[in-house]
Design a protein around this ligand. Structure first.
Ligand code: ZN
Length: 155
């Protein structure tokens, strides 16, 4: 299966808001499978639709605890605070300390349109919040504090 090209900052596509997916057919499952291929090929631990030119709410994640494919994900609960260094396949070479919720609960669909809930903390919580940000057109450079961004001459 071919892999997608990953869009890099400042590609304006990364700023699009992704549309909700209304129905999952073989076509949507194919997109998810190709996103998974792309994520592994790029050595990533998460990938969102807009990063590969798809402005629909698809997210794939694998932090070493198993592959997660999520459609229309929504954070319905968040608790605590956690600071962790994050990178992004769309902002290569940049690693920024990002503050996020420590624990979250995410709801969405799996690739068969089943409702799923994922309780996450630590790295998985960071990655899920990072990918769900992509669906809103938000990048790590928007979340980091000024002194963090200075390290990489970002503004
Ligand atoms: Zn990213």
């Amino acid at each position: 299966m071919p892999v997608y090209n990953i869009k890099k900052y400042p590609d304006p596509f990364l700023r699009r808001k992704a549309f909700r997916v209304g129905k999952i057919t073989i076509e949507e499952r194919k997109i998810l499978a190709q996103m998974v291929e792309t994520m592994y090929f790029a050595d990533g631990i998460g990938l969102a639709g807009p990063q590969v030119g798809i402005d629909r709410q698809f997210v794939v994640v694998d932090v070493g605890e198993g592959l997660i494919k999520l459609v229309n994900p929504k954070i319905v609960f968040r608790e605590g605070e956690s600071l962790m260094e994050e990178g992004c396949l769309s902002v290569p070479g940049v690693f920024l300390n990002i503050k996020r919720a420590e624990k979250i609960l995410v709801e969405g669909w799996d690739e068969k349109e089943n409702n799923v809930q994922i309780a996450a903390e630590g790295l998985l919580a960071h990655v899920l919040q990072h990918e769900i940000d992509h669906l809103e057109g938000i990048l790590i450079i928007d979340k980091a504090e000024k002194k963090e961004k200075k390290k990489f001459n970002l503004f």
